[in-house]
Design a protein around this ligand. Structure first.
Ligand SMILES: [Zn+2]
Length: 152
């Protein structure tokens, strides 16, 4: 695994496990994210589990019995998620410095003692890309899905 600072991240690192060293710039409030939902078919009582990976709630497209709509939500699987932003340890001379969004999930969210602005940390995780705006699907930005955090 390679260690990078936020300005060294490139397309070739997407979907790779990397370590990123930086200083915490901003920590957001924890959020709740729905990761899957179970629906019941009102006709045949079949339970259908649908993974939720986008911002919109995704319903079952079709039940085995042929029904295509009006499914009943019976349960949700939710997790804690928190975002923070890290910047390079050294500021760029011209005042602009690249920063990287880091997404923490579940147990990492309670890692509060190390999540203070200005603190130097190293995060191990998988680099991913996401759309910035829905209207421009060809423009994406990086984020790191954290698996471990180390503070110095
Ligand atoms: Zn059905």
């Amino acid at each position: 695994m390679i260690d990078l600072n936020p300005k060294e991240i490139r397309v070739r690192h997407i979907e790779e496990e990397i370590g990123v060293v930086g200083v915490i710039e901003k920590v957001e409030n924890p959020e709740i994210r729905i990761i899957s939902m179970s629906f019941e078919c009102p006709s045949c009582k079949t339970i259908i589990k649908v993974l939720q990976i986008t911002d919109k709630i995704k319903e079952p497209t079709k039940c085995l019995c042929g029904r295509k709509k009006d499914f009943i939500i019976i349960s949700k699987e939710i997790i804690d998620v928190q975002r923070l932003y890290i910047k390079d340890v050294k500021l760029e001379e011209h005042g602009v410095y690249p920063f990287l969004e880091v997404v923490l999930k579940e147990d990492l969210v309670s890692h509060e003692h190390s999540l203070k602005v200005g603190k130097k940390i190293k995060i191990l995780g998988e680099l991913k890309a996401k759309n910035i705006e829905k209207s421009h699907p060809n423009i994406q930005e990086y984020y790191l899905e954290a698996e471990d955090i180390f503070s110095f």
